[in-house]
Ligand binder design. Structure first.
Ligand SMILES: Cc1ncc(COP(=O)(O)O)c(C=O)c1O
Length: 368
């Protein structure tokens, strides 16, 4: 009996990291500060350093709140339209609806990124912003997108929930738009031990507004200048993220090395389409997503062999009840029916990658 291969088991961190996190937790317990505080300030600085940016980095409660707050900070609401890719995690469109604006869906390219060639078709006089999503960790062509947006006075709000660690022409994902939104959900490449997120902006007026919006509309305690909410980051999560950031580069190398192995071992197998761009610097190897016309059969076959996979995502957003929207989303629909994410994380071994690929080969030898 071979051991199951989980898609991602967050309990599998090594002892060195566990000890560092335990020490940090104990340290924070004795300090008794559980909201904001020096760990949160330090996290803002550490993230800025890693991302090589002088922009303001504002830690917050999670990636969904980051999206909603940045839309509010940009003054987007009732009657406004925001361009959103048809294939993404729901938060991208959800945040737009939460502020009262309308998500206008755009098809993706064959790899799942917003199809920039279609922007002019979906733009209207009501378009106030566009939200590119660096899906699976691969960056949208931000140079092209920001030039297009600027020429039409359209704001760019980057959904960088999945792209932490990706750089395009030396500039980090999340640092290209008016605001960049990050998620440190536990399964992300840099994941907290709970919910956490961040916003990035170079615009000082926006920064001020964002800081107020996520703290009940106050810059000074008890002086509420606008309606805000509580979307502050837990101090404990900031502390954990400060510890984990020290390991991040090592984990990225591990992800890339495992991706090299997958690409080598799966090349030319059956009808598989592989994520060839995963080794590029503007891809952080968040997910290893293959495409196949036999997706459901392959998933089941691997499941029977105790190899766990995942689907990102089985339904496009404009087909979901709260977001129903007409339009042609040919690539996004095709991806929703054919994508399969294989295990890829820093705790996976080369032996496990070999096992996954052997079973995939065995599936194809039986289906052909
Ligand atoms: C593309 C995308 N956008 C937004 C989010 C929302 O982030 P969070 O789960 O931290 O709210 C996620 C995370 O799951 C995501 O993958």
């Amino acid at each position: 009996m071979t051991a199951p291969i989980p898609f991602l088991d967050l309990a599998l961190m090594d002892q060195e990291l566990k000890t560092a996190l335990e020490r940090k937790f104990s340290d924070m317990l004795s300090k008794g500060i559980f909201s904001n505080g020096e760990e949160v300030v330090l996290l803002g600085k550490n993230l800025g350093k890693y991302l090589k940016t002088d922009a303001a980095v504002i830690p917050c409660s999670n990636g969904t709140d980051a999206l909603e707050i940045s839309l509010r900070a940009l003054g987007i609401g009732d009657g406004d339209e925001v361009i959103v890719p048809a294939l993404t995690w729901v938060s991208t469109a959800e945040a737009v609806k939460l502020v009262g604006a309308t998500p206008v869906f755009i098809d993706t390219d064959s790899a799942g990124l917003m199809d920039l060639g279609l922007l002019e078709n979906v733009k209207s006089s009501k378009t106030k912003a566009v939200i590119p999503v660096h899906l699976y960790g691969k960056m949208v062509d931000m140079n092209k997108l920001t030039i297009w947006a600027k020429s039409g006075g359209i704001r760019v709000l980057e959904d960088n929930a999945q792209g932490f660690g990706a750089f395009q022409n030396g500039k980090s994902a999340g640092c290209w738009g008016d605001v960049g939104c990050f998620s440190f959900y536990p399964t992300k490449n840099l994941g907290a031990l709970g919910e956490a997120g961040a916003l990035i902006t170079e615009d000082e007026a926006l920064e001020k507004k964002i800081r107020m919006l996520l703290n009940h509309g106050q810059a000074i305690r008890d002086q509420h200048e606008m309606m805000g909410r509580n979307a502050r980051m837990d101090t404990i999560q900031a502390g954990f993220l400060n510890v984990k950031l020290d390991y991040f580069q090592k984990w990225q190398e591990k992800r890339k090395n495992l991706a090299v192995l997958y690409l080598q071992l799966l090349s030319g197998i059956g009808d598989l389409i592989l994520p060839e761009s995963i080794l590029d610097s503007d891809h952080n190897a968040h997910l290893f997503v293959i495409q196949t016309g036999f997706r459901d059969e392959l998933k089941q076959y691997l499941q029977d062999k105790k190899i766990h996979t995942s689907i990102h995502y089985p339904t496009i957003i404009p087909k979901m009840d709260p977001y129903l929207s007409k339009g042609l989303f040919v690539n996004a629909e095709k991806l929703a029916a054919s994508v399969l994410s294989l295990p890829l994380n820093p705790f996976l071994t080369e032996r496990q990658v070999l096992k996954v690929t052997e079973e995939i080969k065995s599936f194809y030898s039986k289906t052909s």
